[in-house]
Design a protein around this ligand. Structure first.
Ligand code: SF4
Length: 205
């Protein structure tokens, strides 16, 4: 009984603190989900290498340099809750060549929520984003510095690993949060705008 009360208090704290933090950082919406709603599918991680993604192997945050689905499943055994957040934008922005800032915001929001969780006492909090940090932050550099001799990322406060390399099923995350994945239309005075979104995940532990 006491454990249940503690978990409820923590969930209220996360809702009040971390969901608000996510919205302040730039998320369109954020939700607390239970860790058992996070589905890991190895075949999704396989898509990074077959056919090979152009970013495969280029950063410390992408396969084959990440621990992958098996280790992520083990990590989930130690986690009870997570924050999932999304950033909604017009589809034409997401699918244009001008979407770099959008993915930077995705990574920075994930990292910001993680750091806020750590400040709240969830010392094991870990954030995951989408798209390769090599492409998003280090496109002007020949190599990922974290893969080099000193092992230091150039952007430790901004860049986070992509969920893809761990096989996280993003469609199931949207379902767990109660969100539509695609095809959301916003009505404005000048007509309808088709919207899409990208999402990130922060494990709270
Ligand atoms: S140095 Fe750049 S490419 Fe390497 S992990 Fe950091 S942000 Fe990603």
């Amino acid at each position: 009984m006491e454990r249940k009360t503690t978990v409820l208090c923590e969930t209220d704290e996360i809702k009040g603190g971390l969901v608000r933090e996510a919205l302040e950082l730039g998320a369109t919406a954020a939700a607390v989900i239970s860790a058992d709603q996070i589905v890991v599918d190895e075949s999704l991680a396989d898509k990074c290498r077959n056919p090979k993604c152009i970013n495969y192997g280029l950063s410390k945050s992408c396969p084959p340099h990440v621990a992958g689905p098996s280790a992520f499943k083990e990590l989930l055994e130690t986690v009870s809750r997570a924050i999932v957040f999304k950033i909604e934008v017009p589809s034409e922005v997401l699918y244009s060549g001008q979407n770099l800032e959008l993915f930077q915001l995705l990574h920075e929001t994930a990292a910001g929520i993680e750091q806020a969780a750590i400040r709240m006492g969830f010392s094991g909090a870990r954030a995951y984003a989408g798209n390769s940090c090599k492409k998003v932050f280090c496109a002007d550099y020949l190599e990922c510095r974290a893969l080099g001799e000193d092992g230091q990322c150039r952007n430790p406060d901004r860049a986070r690993a992509s969920m893809s390399g761990f096989g996280v099923n993003v469609a199931k995350l949207y379902a767990a949060a109660g969100w539509e994945r695609k095809g959301v239309t916003h009505e404005t005075d000048s007509g309808s705008i088709r919207m899409d979104s990208i999402c990130g995940l922060v494990l709270i532990c």
